[in-house]
Design a protein around this ligand. Structure first.
Ligand code: PEP
Ligand code: MN
Length: 339
């Protein structure tokens, strides 16, 4: 739609789409609203829409991921989580422990990451663990501690929903719901995430292609939730000097193909504490809208992922240097490359 299009213009286009038997998706933007169409089995005549007031142009989308595609919405999407605008001008920093372990642990983590300038607090209350005998998370008790940390610090809460059974509970407490790498193609969970009003952080599956990643996001948008943040967290390769291979080239690739913001997880992406900061810097330089980083007051005592977890001082140094790179890019680079 044109920037000047009004509500009546938008409703008129949606009515036309419905009259043709298709589904309209109003995707709001900073400047302009995009209206996606799904449910059509083939091309639709562009003239059906181009004569309506307020319409800028009708664009046939060539990609299988329709609503996620930049063809549908040329402007970047900004996802707002408690005042933190992911994909906006500021670098979004989400940090905290892998798992919520206790009230004291999450409060100390929250204070530390807030002091370092993070806007969002991470921490799993439901943990997908390789072994059934490993710590599985505190469940609702953990969600309550996260809520307490939010009340004290004002940080937005990002926490994982592992299945459709516990989704509603996580939704009640979280400001942004994480879908983990192992669940990237859990289509029932993706559909459920499409029906929440909360933003969703979708992590890339550990062996998923870019198309599969974007199609997973499409499931969420197709249900009507357009607030999706993508997250690169490393993929499986033959390399064994790291836990995963952080595929940073996916950042510019996503930014070309999609309007959704992409952030990077250098913690799971490397699995090694000493590799986290260098890869965080590289991620920001590559155009990531933000970072999600594991931080614990005492990483050596962490119940999960301690070997890739930073202590508060290490995170403060990462945050400072990443912001410096981000500011430099914003000042120096041509607009197409700037974050
Ligand atoms: C996590 O964020 O702690 C996590 C389990 O991540 P992933 O799903 O990327 O492995
Ligand atoms: Mn973890």
């Amino acid at each position: 739609m044109k920037a000047l299009a009004n509500q009546a213009d938008i409703v008129r286009v949606c009515d036309r789409i419905a009259a043709l038997g298709f589904k309209a998706h109003i995707i709001p933007g900073e400047q302009r609203t995009a209206i996606g169409i799904t449910g059509n089995s083939g091309p639709i005549e562009k003239a059906e829409f181009e004569d309506l007031p307020g319409v800028a142009e009708a664009i046939p989308v060539s990609k299988p991921y329709k609503l996620v595609s930049r063809e549908t919405k040329p402007d970047n999407t900004i996802v707002e989580i408690r005042g933190c605008r992911v994909g906006g001008n500021e670098l979004a920093l989400c940090a905290g422990p892998c798992s919520v372990e206790s009230r004291e642990q999450i409060l100390a983590s929250a204070r530390a990451v807030k002091a370092a300038g993070a806007q969002l607090l991470r921490g799993g209350a439901y943990k997908p663990r390789t072994s059934p005998y490993s710590f599985q998370g505190l469940g609702e008790e953990g969600l309550k501690y996260l809520a307490e940390a939010r009340a004290e610090t004002g940080l937005g809460i990002v926490t994982e929903a592992m299945d459709t059974e516990t989704f509603e509970l996580v939704e009640e407490y979280a400001d942004c719901i994480q879908i983990g790498a192992r669940n990237m193609q859990n289509f029932a969970l993706l559909r459920r995430a499409g029906r929440t009003r909360k933003p969703v952080l979708l992590k890339r599956g550990m062996s998923s292609t870019l198309d599969e990643f974007l199609m997973a996001a499409e499931y969420i948008l197709a249900e009507g939730n357009y607030n999706v943040i993508l997250c690169e967290r490393g993929v499986r390769t033959f390399a064994d000097h790291t836990r995963n291979t952080l595929d940073l080239s996916v950042v510019p690739a996503v930014r070309t193909l999609s309007h959704l913001p992409i952030i990077v997880d250098p913690s799971h992406g490397t699995g090694k504490r000493d590799k986290v900061k260098p890869m965080a810097l590289a991620a920001v330089a590559a155009g990531a809208a933000g970072l999600i980083v594991e931080v614990h007051p005492h990483p050596e005592l962490a119940l999960s992922d301690g070997y890739q977890t930073l202590d508060p001082a290490q995170f403060a140094s990462l945050a400072d240097d990443c912001r410096a790179i981000h500011e430099l890019l914003a000042q120096r680079l041509e607009p197409t490359l700037a974050p």
